[in-house]
Structure formats: structure tokens, C-alpha cells
Write a protein that binds this ligand. Structure first.
Ligand code: ARG
Length: 461
């Protein structure tokens, strides 16, 4: 069959149904440039081992360059008879270099070792893009934290009023998981840094080709030590999909805060018009769609990971065609993140915080109760008793329909003799925040330190 990679042992060509099922060019075409880079390195290895003359090598490299340019310009595209990108590009090479020379390139390699190498190259490049986008988002969060350094936010647990915190502290709590995602990408890159090229179909190659030279040309610092593992494992792909899913989940948690804060009831922030959407029927609406899409797309990213792991589960060694199913999910995860991260960063960078509204809400819900209990401990009261006394104080304030600072001296004394008027010294939100000055605490001095640490960490990963 013209342009096919196999066929001689078959009495008929493939059925149209098989062709339709088997074809992968509509999604693996994005590996074309990597495939050609692999072919250049492989051609040099063939020449070094004596299978191509110097003239044949330069004719081959010249044809590969022309093919590369034609792929880039769209002059060369997949035909409906091409099974996959590898077959299509061999057809393109033979069209340009002739069957004598073009037909020599396939010696000593298989689509199995090719694809396992090319996917790593593609993921490596996108890890770099996603890394840069994550850094932009972290920078946007850090800039907002810095800009509103004095703002105080009602901190919550169980979504109920808990203790006041710095807005900056809360914002940075969304940045740290993203810093760890950067770290995860860097760590992933170490495991992805081995080339399976030269593993052949599964068992290796008889031709004595220099796989280390191929690896180095393709930007890998090592060759995979086991040809079966090199061609048939996809944990490197699954791990990438995991990091993508984790990023999605980290974004979705931040998104949920933004969605809540953006409601009239919270009123903590307004999203800028360029990063908000309207309604087709309700003219007054301004919706936080970027945050909602982040929350929604995290499900899709998780689905891609789950689907991929399910494909791998129980697969026998070595290569099986099931492995072709690794690409669409991870490509989708890449596309999803690369369109989501810049939108999310823009939304964060341009959001307008309502710091007076936050400050006003910060003491609501008796959020300074722990400060009273801690004050009692400093007066020598055992914490168990301090907790009881403060609980009774909250009840008294609730009954008097006031907050903790609103009780009179005699009302305080009525709750407990230990509650002298001096307790009022801890009943300010600024005092409460400033007093939590342990490492990692919300005191401004610590948060300032934390911001420096975060910025330094991002630069070093
Ligand atoms: N297109 C396949 C993949 O993506 C590679 C081809 C391997 N095919 C084969 N019959 N061994 O995994």
C-alpha cells in the first residue's frame, strides 16, 4: 500500500471501519515537529553507525527540514490513509527524499519508542509554559497581598466566623499550593528526563545505534535503562495529568472564595468588567464566570487523570495499542490549563477588594473570643476554665444583643470575676491579628516575612 508502514503479510488492505477507529492523526499531529526532531537525531545515529553515507545523511536532513517547513506552513497535512503522525511523516519524507533514502530512516526504531519519547518532549515544553503561567498567577496574588497589606478579613472555619486574619495571609494561603505545584512540575521533569528512543518495539535494537547521542540531541540527560519499561510505561504522562488536576483543584478552591466574596451578601470584592460576564436576560447581572469555569474545569482535569489511570490499569507489558489513548486526555489537560491560567491571573490582578467591608465584618460572630480565652490564660486561668468563661461571655453578649466589647464592666464581672476591664485590651481586630506572631501566624510582621519567603521560593524553583 502506498505510504503505509505495514501490509506485505496481509492479503487485503484495512477495512474502512478499522481505518476510522485506528486513525490518530487528528490528535497526534501536534507531535509532528517532535517526530521530525527525533528523525534528525535518529538519522545522525544511523550515519554514525555506518548505515547512511554522508551524502545520504545530508539529503535526509535536507528533506526533513523541508518536511518540517511544510508541516509548519500547512502545506503538508495528514491523508485519510495515514494511520498516525509517524506514518504520515514517513510518507512525507519519502515524497521529498525518494524511496531509496527515505526508506532507510525506519531502521532500528519503532513507533513504540518514538511515541514514548515524543510525548515526553511535548509535555516538557508545556510544563515550561504552564510553569510561566503559574508564576504570573502567583505574582498577581502576591501583588494583591502587598497592595492590601493592612486589610483584615474575617477568617472562617466551617465557613463560620472564626478569627480575624490579614487578607494578605489568606491570599497567600492560595498562593502556596501553586508554589508547590511549581515544585511538582520541576520534580516531574526529573523523572521525565530519560529518552526511550532506541528501545525499538520492546526489546532494543541490533544495529548498534548510539541512543545516548540521540537522547542528548533531543534534550534528555539519560536513556531509559529498560527498553520494555521505556516503551510501555506511561506513569510520566499520568503524573503530568495529576499535576494538572492538582493545579485545577487548587484554582477551584480559590475560585470558590472569589465567587462567595463577589456576592452582595459578602461584598468583599468586585471583579473588573473585563473579567466578568453578563446575562442575556437580566440586565443588572455581572457574573464571576472565570471563577466558575475554573471550578468546573477542575472536574474535567480530574476526569482526564482518572480516565488515563483507568486505561493503564492491568495493561500487560509491553506496548499495547491501548496506550494510544494516553494522548487526548493529557492534551486536553494542557489546553484547559493554558487557557484557564491567564484568565484567572487577570481576574485576580484586576479584582478590587472592599477592605472597609471586610474590616466591618471581621469582629462579627464573636471572632475575638479566642483572644479573650488566651488573655485569661495569660492571667493564670487554666485553658479549660478560660474556655468556659469565654463561652459564658459569648452567651451573655448574645443575650444582650451586643458584641464582646459592648458589655459593661458589671456585665463582664457578672460572667466571671476574672473578667476585669483590662480584657478590653485584646478586643480589637488589629490587636488580635498582631498577637498571632508565631512562624506562619497572621501577624503583619510574620506575613511580611512570608511574602518574602514566597517570592524567593518562586524564583528558585
Ligand atoms: N500511534 C500509536 C500511539 O500513539 C503508536 C503506534 C504504535 N502502533 C503499533 N501498532 N505498535 O501509541
Amino acid at each position: 500500500r502506498e505510504g503505509a508502514l505495514w501490509g506485505a503479510r496481509f492479503s487485503t488492505g484495512p477495512s474502512p471501519e478499522l481505518e476510522a477507529l485506528s486513525r490518530s492523526t487528528h490528535f497526534d499531529w501536534r507531535l509532528a515537529a517532535y517526530d521530525i526532531a527525533g528523525s534528525r537525531a535518529h538519522a545522525r545515529a544511523l550515519a554514525a553507525a555506518g548505515y547512511l553515507t554522508t551524502d545520504e545523511l545530508s539529503a535526509m536532513l535536507d528533506a526533513l527540514d523541508r518536511l518540517d517547513a511544510d508541516v509548519a506552513s500547512g502545506a503538508f497535512v495528514a491523508a485519510s490513509s495515514d494511520e498516525d503522525v509517524h506514518g504520515a511523516l514517513e510518507r512525507g519524507l519519502i515524497e521529498r527524499a525518494g524511496p531509496e533514502i527515505g526508506g532507510k530512516l525506519r531502521a532500528g526504531r519503532s513507533r513504540n519508542d518514538q511515541i514514548a519519547t515524543l510525548i515526553r518532549m511535548l509535555l516538557r515544553d508545556h510544563a515550561g509554559i504552564i510553569r510561566g503561567q503559574l508564576v504570573d498567577l502567583i505574582d498577581a496574588i502576591a501583588a494583591q497581598a502587598d497592595r492590601h497589606f493592612d486589610a483584615i478579613l474575617p477568617g472562617r472555619t466551617h465557613l463560620q466566623s472564626a478569627q480575624p486574619v490579614l487578607l494578605a495571609h489568606h491570599l497567600l494561603a492560595h498562593a502556596w499550593p501553586l508554589v508547590r505545584d511549581l515544585d511538582r512540575l520541576a520534580d516531574w521533569a526529573k523523572r521525565a528526563d530519560a529518552s526511550p528512543y532506541g528501545s525499538g518495539a520492546l526489546a532494543g535494537s541490533t544495529l548498534g545505534l548510539d541512543a545516548a547521542a540521540v537522547a542528548a540531541e533531543l534534550g534528555f540527560s539519560a536513556v531509559t535503562p529498560n527498553s520494555i519499561d521505556g516503551t510501555s510505561s506511561r506513569d510520566v504522562v499520568a503524573e503530568f495529568a495529576y499535576v494538572a488536576a492538582q493545579i485545577g483543584i487548587d484554582l477551584s478552591r480559590f475560585a470558590e472564595d472569589i465567587i462567595l466574596w463577589n456576592t452582595r451578601e459578602f461584598g468583599f470584592l468586585t471583579l473588573s468588567d473585563g473579567y466578568s460576564t453578563g446575562s442575556s436576560i437580566m440586565p443588572q447581572k455581572k457574573n464571576p464566570d472565570i471563577a466558575e469555569l475554573a471550578r468546573g474545569k477542575s472536574g474535567r482535569l480530574l476526569g482526564n487523570l482518572t480516565g488515563l489511570l483507568t486505561t493503564l490499569k492491568g495493561l500487560p507489558l509491553a506496548y499495547n495499542r491501548d496506550l494510544q489513548e494516553d494522548k487526548e486526555p493529557v492534551f486536553d489537560s494542557i489546553e484547559t490549563l493554558e487557557v484557564l491560567l491567564p484568565a484567572f491571573a487577570g481576574m485576580v490582578a484586576t479584582a478590587q477588594f472592599h477592605v472597609e467591608r471586610m474590616a466591618e465584618q471581621a469582629p462579627v460572630g464573636f471572632s475575638l473570643a479566642t483572644d479573650v480565652a488566651d488573655w485569661l490564660v495569660r492571667q493564670g486561668v487554666p485553658f479549660r476554665d478560660a474556655h468556659e468563661i469565654t463561652g459564658a461571655l459569648v452567651r451573655a453578649a448574645e443575650e444582650a444583643d451586643t458584641d464582646l466589647g459592648g458589655l459593661t464592666d458589671s456585665q463582664l464581672a457578672g460572667v466571671s470575676a476574672r473578667l476585669t476591664p483590662e480584657v478590653r485590651s485584646v478586643l480589637t481586630i488589629e490587636g488580635s491579628v498582631a498577637s498571632r506572631d508565631n512562624i506562619g501566624g497572621t501577624a503583619p510582621v510574620r506575613v511580611r516575612e512570608q511574602l518574602g519567603l514566597l517570592t524567593a521560593k518562586v524564583r528558585e524553583i
